[in-house]
Design a protein around this ligand. Structure first.
Ligand code: SAM
Length: 239
């Protein structure tokens, strides 16, 4: 299986802002004060939007402690810091964490590993898509178990790809069978180091896991990033 942690360590060192949002204007050599302002402002408005969805679905929620899982350079963590007393940004890439710590708001803390902390709000956007689901489900279980009673989550999970994404997949396909209805992949070529892998999760399994952790109503928001479809799931743990 692809070592995605090593891939992300590389992005953290080489080009952290482009690793977070893969647009040319965020490449290291193109960064300007204006594009950075835009980058941070986007994080603030995205988290205000997330909080709005949570409120509409579940009412006002506790905000003493929050976690931004896969925080990158802290784009969304900073947005959460405006709404919460204390926010932890967690990431697997040391270079991302080092960058996040520069000029960080006082009520934020950036970590490569968690201890036994629990949280009122756990957020993760455009992160699980890059983690092989066999690991991702276990991480999800851990994050949900850390949410305090009455606490909430906003979690982005990718679910399927449409035809517009197929050219990207075809490059790594070694062999497949097609019976007129379904395509069965028989083998894929290994991806190069530093590839941004895109995985899909199973919604049935996500509902099973979240329900088992005390989240009995989910709000879903459809997402589509270049043919990779998914959902941002919002939930509140029973008190
Ligand atoms: C596309 S970036 C998004 C960053 C941030 N969520 C945002 O939207 O600004 C994905 C981030 O997830 C992190 N990541 C990938 N796998 C991870 C893992 N297993 N645990 C924690 N972070 C991970 C990467 O290092 C990277 O910083």
């Amino acid at each position: 299986m692809q070592d995605t942690d090593a891939d992300w360590a590389l992005w953290g060192e080489m080009d952290p802002y482009f690793g977070v949002l893969s647009q040319d204007k965020y490449r290291r050599q193109n960064l300007t004060e204006d594009t950075l302002d835009e980058f941070w402002a986007g994080g603030v408005s995205q988290m205000e939007e997330m909080a709005g969805h949570i409120r509409r679905g579940f009412g006002e929620f506790p905000r003493a402690t929050a976690l931004d899982f896969g925080c990158g350079v802290g784009r969304l963590t900073r947005g959460m810091a405006r709404m919460c007393d204390h926010v932890v940004g967690l990431d697997v890439a040391p270079g991302m964490i080092a960058e996040a710590q520069r000029d960080a708001p006082e009520n934020t803390e950036y970590l490569l590993e968690l201890g036994d902390q629990t949280f009122d709000w756990v957020n993760s956007i455009i992160v699980f898509q890059h983690i092989p689901p066999v690991r991702g489900y276990a991480i999800l279980e851990d994050l949900l178990s850390r949410i305090n009673p009455g606490g909430v989550f906003s979690l982005h999970l990718t679910l399927y790809k449409d035809a517009s994404f197929m050219p990207y997949l075809a490059g790594s396909l070694r062999a497949a069978r097609f019976d007129g209805e379904r395509m069965e992949v028989l083998g894929v070529e290994p991806s190069p180091r530093g590839a941004m892998m895109m995985y899909d999760y199973d919604m049935t399994r996500l509902i099973e896991i979240t329900a088992r952790h005390g989240f009995h109503a989910l709000l879903t928001l459809h997402t589509n990033h270049g043919g990779c479809h998914g959902a941002i799931l919002f939930g509140r743990k029973g008190a």
